[in-house]
Design a protein around this ligand. Sequence first.
Ligand code: UT7
Length: 329
Amino acid sequence: MKAHVASVGMYVPQRRMSNSELTELVDTSDEWIYSHTGIRCRHIADDSEAASDLAYHASIQALEQASLEPAQIDLVLLATSTPDYPGLPSTASIVQDRIGAKKAGAMDIAAACTGFVYGVETARAFVSSGAARTVLVIGSEVYSRILNWRDRDTCVLFGDGAGAVIVKRSDEEAGQSEVLDSFLRSRGSGARTLLRPTGGSRTPFVPGETEIESTRLSMDGRRVYMFAVGALTDVVNYLLERNNLTIDQIDHIVPHQANIRIIDAACKRGRFPPEKFFTNLEEYANTSAASIPIALHEMVEKGRLQRGDMVITVGFGAGLTYGGNLIRW
Ligand code: UT7
């Protein structure tokens, strides 16, 4: 059985934070941030909003676009590194309840910025095996809660947001639309290049001893950059080769929206046409697992992504994980 992407939704918090606002928190400038990342602003959740709230809004939009009732969903997959609660319960279960998906299973996917790519492939596998007919795949993040707002190396890079797609068993209506292939990899030897060092079972939070900064995101930016350029190039090439395609047969590449320089460098290294890459990180910064579905949604809204178009998504991030999906939209 084949699976296709039936619809896509997104949600970002109202509050926009510009680069110049960040200059009040850390020693930085709009010029540095824009020239080193391509980011101009990011959206920040208000105190009442958690990952499940952002996910809820994106999911309702995806359900409406697909003309589906919540009870038709068999499985809710939610990719996040910023769950409502640490470890349990899953944020997916909270969303499942809130949208009224009464007949669905629910679980979170922990693959950081590659989480949405992993989610789409998991959904495809469930649908093509016959284990599920309709799967809601969400990427939802509130990185503003896990950043060290005194660390200029990291706090300028991320934003909050959510995106969701419905992956559904293909029927005649779907035409040729299909999730054709995926590529998932992990390089766990790089686990410590991007992490929250304290607060898990390895190094628990000890009241009175643990410094709050060590519970926040910490990153070796240079190493992640090098990894990301290689990963982005490799994923595109692998999916092309395995499917006997050339880059000319691909309409859009939708990379994880981390840094424009990563995308530019991968374009040069892989000799990929830059105009095939969609970017919106200037407005949203890096929303981790949410960045690819937010990009897909904007492409559809702008009429840039049409049924039948060939799309490659590419994720990369903590783990270190990386991967991509080949989709005939
Ligand atoms: O989803 C994956 C998540 N991670 C990423 O995407 C991050 C990947 N890495 C990167 O994108 C880049 O490595 C960064 C954007 C994080 C850093 O850019 P860079 O060109 O590699 O800068 P750098 O780390 O080599 O730092 C250059 C200088 C340093 O100053 P000195 O030592 O040369 O005096 C930094 O202290 O820039 C300084 N710097 C800043 N200056 C102003 C670092 N962050 C800032 C800042 N504002 N926000």
